[in-house]
Design a protein around this ligand. Structure first.
Ligand SMILES: *Cc1c(COP(=O)(O)O)cnc(C)c1O
Length: 432
């Protein structure tokens, strides 16, 4: 019935997260509100960290892809869990630094880092900068020289793998805005360019084949392709690549038909492939990194809304309107993402109704889910949308000048605010 171990139903028939009653939370904190289970987040971190320990003898690191959901408290938790952090912008980097996250465990990605972002990365001394293109390499080199620093870099590679996911979240194929192509020789050319470039030190290669991937095969395939590249680089240039970042993209459960595999089910075959390739090509097993985002945070949050009007259009459908929408969760309008929806106060009852959950924004496409099975819902009920921990708040906006929701964290049944609800005052604070 549930997408995460963090969820349950109590004796009142109310949905709980991390042991806290969602109906009570909605009453006390108001809606819309996003509620995370801290135990759930930590459990996911530990599962990945243990996997790295187990399959690579600890010779690796798990990076949390902060773009899934970043804030000061999230960075603090990631630090406590001994995770590294993957950032893709100055804002994500700034958040991590302000949270006291050790900068040597920060990895800076992005296909178009600005001059100022690169400068900021060098000033803060981030651990690795993942270079996306030759132009960026030149800018970084010049900047580092000016600042009297040397940047440890990775190159982002498009390994040319079809990961069977939505085309907007597929990133490993040749027609992608991210990174260097393998097939065309572009990647090898840039390796040679790196060797001649001052103030940069090429230590690793990186790939990320997409997101919400359930198949294990594409990950195994990517590992082989990347290991072969490391071997080719060594043979052609003598450069030893000692770190390999295999990216994130592990699928999670949004609806019953999603069948995610245990993290170990990725880690084991991928590690076996890495070791087999190392043997085959006569190279050392590199320091391995993985970058889960969605699979750390996604299933560990629910969004609670209050139901407003219910519009029954005979023979067509029933719209259940909520007090949020694409402003706090744009994933349906972006990629028709699946979600499980439930009435928080009737979580034990059968889902006899089929409704379309509509947001309050002025867009017909502003829906959270179409034709979703749900328990009886009426005006004033609390509607819970599950699995909203990744790419929801982080993709939220003030469209229609709607303030962003509050974000809560539950630990041992205790609820605390980790991001305050925006006010109308916040909405106009930068207006002149
Ligand atoms: C988005 C992204 C991730 C995380 O992807 P998930 O699907 O959330 O696990 C990891 N690495 C890079 C480079 C990314 O762009």
């Amino acid at each position: 019935m549930f997408v995460s171990d963090s969820l349950n139903v109590n004796e009142l028939g109310h949905l709980t997260i991390g042991g806290a009653d969602t109906v009570e939370i909605a009453e006390k904190y108001g809606t819309p509100v996003i509620v995370y289970s801290e135990d759930g987040i930590r459990r996911n971190c530990r599962a990945f960290v243990n996997s790295i320990d187990k399959y690579y003898n600890g010779n690796g690191r798990v990076l949390y892809a902060g773009k899934a959901f970043s804030c000061l408290e999230m960075c603090r938790i990631m630090n406590e869990e001994k995770m590294g952090l993957d950032v893709v912008s100055g804002g994500e980097l700034y958040t991590a630094v302000k949270a006291g996250f050790p900068t040597d465990r920060i990895y800076f990605h992005g296909n178009n880092k600005t001059y100022n972002e690169l400068k900021m990365a060098l000033e803060y001394g981030v651990g690795r900068i993942i270079v996306d293109n030759p132009d960026e390499l030149a800018t970084l080199s010049a900047l580092a020289k000016e600042m009297g620093k040397t940047a440890n870099i990775y190159m982002r590679i498009k390994p040319g793998i079809d990961a069977h996911t939505h085309s907007f979240i597929m990133t490993g194929q040749i027609d992608s805005k991210f990174g260097f192509a393998l097939e065309t020789g572009e990647a090898m050319e840039c390796v040679k360019l790196c060797a001649e470039t001052e103030n940069v030190n090429l230590v690793g290669l990186h790939c990320h084949i997409g997101s919400q991937i359930f198949d294990v095969d594409p990950f195994v395939h990517a590992a082989e392709v990347m290991m072969k590249l490391i071997a080719d680089v060594k043979a052609e240039t003598g450069i030893v690549i000692s770190e390999l970042d295999l990216g994130g993209g592990f699928g999670i459960k949004y609806v019953d038909s999603d069948k995610p595999v245990e993290f170990d089910a990725y880690m084991k075959p991928v590690s076996e492939q890495v070791k087999a390739s190392a043997e085959k090509y006569g190279i050392d097993v590199p320091f391995i990194l993985i970058e889960p985002g969605r699979s750390i945070a996604g299933a560990e949050a629910v969004t609670l809304y209050t139901v407003g009007n219910v519009k029954k259009i005979p023979d067509i459908r029933t719209y259940v309107a909520i007090d949020g929408g694409m402003c706090d969760n744009p994933r349906y309008i972006l990629y028709q993402s699946d979600y499980t929806v439930m009435c928080a106060s009737r979580a034990n009852e059968n889902k006899d109704a089929v409704v379309t959950v509509a947001g309050k924004c002025c867009e017909s496409g502003d829906l959270i889910q179409e034709n979703a099975p749900v328990q009886k819902v009426e005006k004033g009920d609390i509607l819970a949308v599950l699995t909203t921990g990744a790419y929801n708040y982080s993709m939220s906006s003030n469209y229609n000048r709607i303030p962003r929701p509050e974000v809560l964290m539950v630990k041992d049944g205790q609820v605390r605010t980790i991001i305050k609800r925006e006010t109308y005052e916040d909405i106009i604070k930068n207006d002149m």
